[in-house]
Design a protein around this ligand. Sequence first.
Ligand SMILES: Cc1ncc(C[n+]2csc(CCOP(=O)(O)OP(=O)(O)O)c2C)c(N)n1
Length: 524
Amino acid sequence: MNGAEAVVRTLVGCGVTTCFANPGTSEMHFVAALDAVPEMRGVLCLFEGVATGAADGFGRMTGQPAAALLHLGPGLANGLANLHNARRARTPLLAVVGDHATYHKRFDAPLESDIDALAGSVSGWVRRSARSADAPADAAEAVAAALRSPGQIATLILPADVTWTDGAEPVGPATFLPRDPSPVPRARFVPAMGALRGLGDVGPRTTILLGGTGLRRPAIEAASRIAAATGARVLAETFPARHERGAGIPHVDRLVYLVEFAASQLADTRHLILAGASSPASFFAYPGKPSTPLPPNCHVQVLAEPGDDVVGALTSLADLAAPGAEPSPQPASRPELPADGKLTAESAAAVIGALLPERAIVCDEANTSGLWLAGATAGAPPHDWLSLTGGAIGQGLPLATGAAIACPDRPVLALEADGSAMYTISALWTHAREGLDITTVIFSNRAYAILAMELERTGASVTGTTARDLLDLSRPDLDFTALAAGMGVPASRAMTTAEFAAQLSHALAEPGPHLIEADVSPRG
Ligand SMILES: Cc1ncc(C[n+]2csc(CCOP(=O)(O)OP(=O)(O)O)c2C)c(N)n1
């Protein structure tokens, strides 16, 4: 068997059965091996950033790595921004990068580049297979590495001659790396209990910040018990990889994006207990503003690192601090469908809240148009909310691709700002090719609106029109219905609230991909 087929058979044996691919000449034997191993599903993506973002969405929803097949350094480089987001999401993900044949590298052919350097910038594990016979064991180890708690990117570089040379045999899953999260040492509970016991009449001065697996239902319920018994406040990290929320699950507010507002959320916090989250930092530095929203006298303690058993830690802490206390589930409640009128981001959010289906997976890259979404959907039927973990825009449409392939029985709603959508718009073609049940809503405000705000906040002085022009998406206006139709996705445009409600209910009721361009700002 050649190296490529032995690697693909090994991956399938290790549970990796989906490969989001944008291949080239050096990956041809890997591509051919997919015909020999039908258990591996190959999904063509027309840009590498779609393949890597899709693998991220798949990994977030299944906890299992998908493979992203990329073509040498340039292919990997095109996929890096969404690998960066996946790294921030701590998603288990296997990047398979083809390279020139080992003996060809010294000729410095045009596609020759430093793959290892690029891979190292996002990967927790990188291996270059040296021989065909070694490649299957390398692949098995790569899967184990990707699954190391809490999840990371493992990159396997496969030179072309390693894939085409015979003499390889598939191997079983690697057993030598731990995949389970570590239990939290008992000593971590002592300061947490101290902080919780100190709570009294003076208001909530201990905040539990949830992140990672701390935003899955059992962890949220444990945190809610602690809050009910002690008066502690519970918050979620600003951009969770996956947040289980909705009716029946305790509601958790998120720490807001703007550091000034985050600072007021935390102003009375004297103890911050981290459960799967990192200590919060401002997204950017601004002249005269702090780099962290934490008040100066706040004491930060780590209950559980992201790779620890976060659910176990919160449950044990709840058993100690809140024996007998019950979680407070969010009551079911939806907004009324708003009265008809010009569509706005706010009225669109109310429509989404009114219509969000049960078990929906929401991929949120709505940016400034998303301000009202959390409130409008808080009491909707239970759903998962996936957000832009690493701030590298162009993630939402690929993420939805992977989530829909991971969970074919669940509706996926991609909520996209227009500027971000354009980075990876070709994902729509994969939505159509694979017949994925994804409803995409494009919030078309014809601007990089957040950057207009950031321009003011950074104190940059604007004297002419050039700067504003760099933040404006008009002239020409983007026609998302035409873009979608050109890639095989049925599309419509909504100018009013009633049109949006009718189009969204139709799109959600009919299987397969749809796109709605939601006109949320006046033209001209
Ligand atoms: C990969 C990447 N490139 C550039 C940026 C800088 N950036 C941040 S927000 C933004 C524009 C966002 O516009 P849009 O998606 O339309 O959302 P809006 O702000 O209008 O709500 C840009 C270009 C980024 N965050 N990531």
